[in-house]
Design a protein around this ligand. Structure first.
Ligand code: HEC
Length: 161
């Protein structure tokens, strides 16, 4: 009698667990490609997903320097890319995925991240150096030529170092 009650109690629990685990597996499959849709993505998919899937690129965040290192590592692992493809991939990664060390980033990278032209990027760098670096989001919003809404949209990726 006692065992029967235990079974009636545990069966629904087991069924719920099973349902949850299947849902998770299906979800994981559907969400395999988490690469943001943006210019350069087709090239990234072409040259970076023939040895492993793109989850290696989206699972863990990396700084711009971290991505530069990854590019060297992949070439050591045998990735063959033309110079143009290499630039497209790195630009895509910097623009869409990289963590940005704001006080170290060079103008060319700020251009990509904030979608500004060379002149604005140079002004931002000059302003940053004059201020002794950005310490908060509000500091950054005071930089000439940067859009506050864009800064807010990027905030998960901005590092004040
Ligand atoms: C010739 C095969 C090959 C190609 C092409 C390739 N990779 Fe890799 N990649 C590897 C191997 C091997 C590893 C390490 C083993 C693993 O984790 O699967 C790896 C690991 C990685 C990692 C994880 C590194 C870490 O620190 O754990 C990232 C990120 C990555 N690749 C990005 C890329 C990008 C971006 C490209 C396109 C430029 C690319 N890969 C193209 C073979 C390749």
């Amino acid at each position: 009698m006692k065992t029967l009650r235990l079974v009636t109690l545990l069966l629904p629990v087991a069924m719920i667990c099973f349902a949850l685990s299947t849902a998770k597996a299906v979800g994981a499959q559907a969400g395999t490609d988490k690469l943001p849709d943006a210019p350069g993505k087709p090239v990234v998919v072409k040259v970076c997903t023939n040895c492993h899937d793109s989850s290696l690129m989206t699972d863990a965040p990396r700084t711009i320097d971290g991505w530069v290192d990854v590019m060297y590592l992949m070439k050591d692992f045998g990735a063959t890319l033309t110079e143009a493809e290499s630039k497209t991939v790195l630009d895509y990664l910097v623009t869409n995925l990289a963590l940005v060390e704001l006080n170290k980033a060079e103008g060319a990278h700020l251009q990509l991240v904030f979608g500004v032209d060379e002149t604005v990027a140079k002004e931002v760098v000059a302003y940053r150096d004059k201020q002794g670096g950005f310490k908060t989001i509000d500091d950054l919003k005071k930089a000439p030529g940067l859009d506050a809404a864009k800064i807010d949209a990027l905030k998960e990726r901005l590092l004040f170092k």
